[in-house]
Design a protein around this ligand. Sequence first.
Ligand code: UT7
Length: 333
Amino acid sequence: MIRAAITAVGGFLPENILTNFDLEKMIDTTDEWITTRTGIKERHVENDPQKATSDMAVEAVKNLCKKRGIAPEEIDLLICGTVTPDMVFPSTSNLICAKLGAVNAWGYDVSAACSGFIYSLATGAQFIETGRYKKVVIVGADMMSRIIDYSDRTTCVIFGDGAGAVLLEPSSDDSLGIRDFVLHADGRGMTHLHMKAGGSLRPASEETVANKMHYVYQEGQPVFKHAVVNMAEVSAKIMERNHLTSEDVTWLAAHQANKRIIDATAQRMGIGSEKVMMNIERYGNTTAGTIPLLLWDYEKQLKKGDNLILSAFGGGFTWGSIYIKWAYDGNAI
Ligand code: UT7
């Protein structure tokens, strides 16, 4: 069979950094509370009002094209996982392609919150596996600062802005690449994590703005409980399905929402902290951006044949895991 392999990774973070100490001056919180409850020390926040999610994504994709030595014109398809599209329509994917000059690509957005990247990656891989396309770009990008209420201490401390992207190509060795995925959704979870207005149910009005209904609404505790159980379960499930022991797993790349959720997942998988990719302390929760940004940060340490488990849980609820046998050593294929 033709397998889809990641052949390059790109990332981008806005320059401006918002630390826990900055937040102490804005709301009733402490660096100590945020660090012990979440593992986050700082996050990047775009402060240029002219910039949007597509601008971060464009930088991440340019980074990836440069590494792989390809031109944007060579991209066949670009899928963007995001819940902070530049606008309701057209899709952010279309805007990214236009800004990049990816004139031969088509694309679309995937709305799956924090699972947006893994949903998009599983979807994009299908177009390679069928033999239809040769170069598919998968983006995970979110400018969460644009939908966060910075007076709500229960949500504003965890989120940040960022974008990551990977290139998928047919693997010359069919043992390498995306080997399996397990994805789930349960719309009943929406009550605990959603945006109340701005869609067809409650279009923007003076009332929705006055009632702060265009911000992320999150009930932290129930989301936390579901995330711990489901991310751990699905990660164990994909290992079992692929006959992987904890020794076989080289890396866990788990959605960076809360260090305590990631630790619980690693524990359920029976793997030590040395195998757990972590950058939550510097970036916070960038929603669809977290997993590609982990791959970007850890790319130099990855080796051909490494077994990676990618796992996420997010709004929807949506969750899942992907098993990848990594296709190259270090920084480039
Ligand atoms: O990314 C997609 C999915 N999202 C997630 O996975 C997030 C899951 N949830 C979480 O990570 C955690 O629930 C949070 C980090 C959001 C909150 O942590 P928690 O340990 O669940 O705190 P809590 O909401 O139970 O609040 C505990 C206490 C409360 O005070 P009282 O009622 O016990 O007096 C809160 O008011 O902590 C208080 N609190 C804070 N104190 C200082 C809540 N936020 C803050 C804060 N600083 N920022």
